[in-house]
Design a binder for this molecule. Structure first.
Ligand code: SF4
Length: 145
C-alpha cells in the first residue's frame, strides 16, 4: 500500500522533509503538476508524512475519501486560512490564485485553486490517478532537479 497526497495539498512541503525514503516529489512544472506526489513503488507506508501536512491532505490509499467534507478554514503555521482545492492551471472552475508560504518560508504561488467551503462535499479519489500519472507520464523523480 501507499499514501496519497490529495488535491487539498497547497505545497507546504513538510511531508517531503520527513519521508525516510525520499519518495515525495514536488510537482514541476508547477502549472501542470501543482501538488506533491508520492512514488508508490518506494513508499513504505510508514505514515510519517501525514501529521506534517498542515492542510491535512495526505491519506492512506485505502482511506482517500470520495465524500470529503470541507472544513472551511485550516490553521497553517499559526494562521487561519481558507481551505482550497488545487488543480492544474487552466482547469475550468479553478481560477483563483493562492499566494502563501510553505513550511520553509518559501513562496508558493498557485493559479488553479478555488476555496473549499465548510460543509461542501468533494471527491478526492481522482488524486490517486493523478499521482500515478506524475510518475508514469510526467516528470517523476526528474522534477527534483
Ligand atoms: Fe514517505 Fe512514509 Fe509518507 Fe510513504 S508514508 S510517503 S514512506 S513518509
Amino acid at each position: 500500500m501507499t499514501h496519497i497526497i490529495t488535491e487539498i495539498c497547497l505545497r507546504d512541503g513538510g511531508c517531503a522533509e520527513v519521508c525516510p525514503v525520499e519518495c515525495i516529489i514536488p510537482g514541476k512544472p508547477q502549472e501542470e503538476w501543482p501538488l506533491y506526489y508520492i512514488d508508490r513503488d518506494t513508499c513504505i507506508d510508514c505514515g510519517a508524512c501525514v501529521p506534517e501536512c498542515p492542510w491535512e491532505a495526505i491519506f492512506p490509499e485505502e482511506d482517500v475519501p470520495s465524500d470529503y467534507v470541507g472544513k472551511g478554514t485550516i490553521t497553517v503555521h499559526g494562521s487561519v486560512l481558507p481551505q482550497r482545492i488545487n488543480k492544474p492551471q487552466g482547469t475550468p472552475g479553478f481560477d483563483q490564485v493562492y499566494d502563501g508560504t510553505n513550511g520553509r518560508g518559501e513562496a508558493v504561488h498557485l493559479e488553479g485553486t478555488r476555496i473549499l467551503k465548510k460543509g461542501e462535499v468533494v471527491d478526492l479519489t481522482p488524486g490517486t490517478a493523478l499521482n500515478d500519472a506524475f510518475f508514469q507520464e510526467g516528470p517523476g523523480y526528474s522534477a527534483k532537479d
